[in-house]
Write a protein that binds this ligand. Structure first.
Ligand SMILES: Cc1cc2nc3c(=O)[nH]c(=O)nc-3n(C[C@H](O)[C@H](O)[C@H](O)COP(=O)(O)OP(=O)(O)OC[C@H]3O[C@@H](n4cnc5c(N)ncnc54)[C@H](O)[C@@H]3O)c2cc1C
Length: 203
């Protein structure tokens, strides 16, 4: 059984943005240095079908699948995130001891759990979450999980992306994943945290 500080279920842009922001704290704060993160995903992100013309900072005409691959490379730079290709079937537990189990019979434990599985359905068993119709979805039949304004369901359990009820746009899904990461880091640090880089001074 593998233990992580944060388990992220869903490797679309919201889950990956959450992972990237968490990973980018490495080397900047002592509390971040030994933290490990897991992204577990079964490869059906909506972005795999998309071509992007209206994502700020992303070259127009970029394919969604290329952008997802690039974000994974950005994450790999920090060396503290593992990726697993599998489907999560169940999740149980509480802050400090969430357990997820997969179709491939893998089991992972984490202090925090972030659900970022998109808005098509939510069928992970074992969690006491309120799944409701997604009012921001462009078509009926989509779902979201009720959270508070910080995307939190209960201690240690957060939701990001379309599953959290943000509009189906790259930037809003990405932003909510980043916000969840900042909320978790705020809990670790005991104060608001952002990660900002600046260029090296020129010699
Ligand atoms: C055809 C199309 C074109 C689009 N074009 C644009 C555009 O031009 N501009 C724009 O801003 N937005 C666009 N979008 C919207 C954008 O793709 C979404 O807003 C964004 O992908 C949502 O990200 P997400 O992380 O919330 O969900 P998703 O991208 O759906 O990611 C969820 C991930 O969770 C995984 N998952 C689900 N259940 C499980 C499970 N049980 N275990 C493990 N993994 C699981 C899925 O495999 C998936 O990879 C487009 C969408 C589509 C469909």
């Amino acid at each position: 059984m593998n233990r992580y500080d944060v388990l992220i279920v869903g490797g679309g842009v919201s889950g990956l943005s959450c992972a990237l922001t968490l990973a980018s704290a490495k080397g900047k704060f002592s509390w971040a240095d030994n933290k490990r993160y897991l992204v577990i995903d079964n490869q059906s992100s909506d972005l795999l079908k998309a071509m992007l013309n209206n994502v700020p900072g992303v070259k127009q005409g970029s394919l969604g699948r290329e952008v997802l691959e690039y974000i994974k490379k950005q994450i790999d730079f920090y060396g503290c995130v593992d990726f697993v290709n599998d489907r999560v079937l169940s999740a149980t537990g509480e802050k400090g001891n969430f357990v997820i189990e997969t179709q491939g019979s893998l089991k992972f434990v984490g202090d925090y759990l972030v659900l970022a599985t998109g808005f098509h359905e939510f069928n992970i068993l074992g969690l006491d979450v309120e799944v409701v119709p997604n009012k921001k979805a462009p078509r009926p039949g989509k779902v979201m999980i009720k959270t508070d304004r910080d995307f939190k369901v209960k201690e240690g359990l957060y939701v990001a992306g379309l599953l959290a009820g943000v509009s189906s746009m790259f930037a809003t899904a990405s932003g909510s994943g980043t916000q969840v990461a900042c909320n978790i880091m705020e809990e670790w640090a005991g104060k608001p945290i952002v990660i900002h880089d600046v260029p090296e001074p020129q010699k």
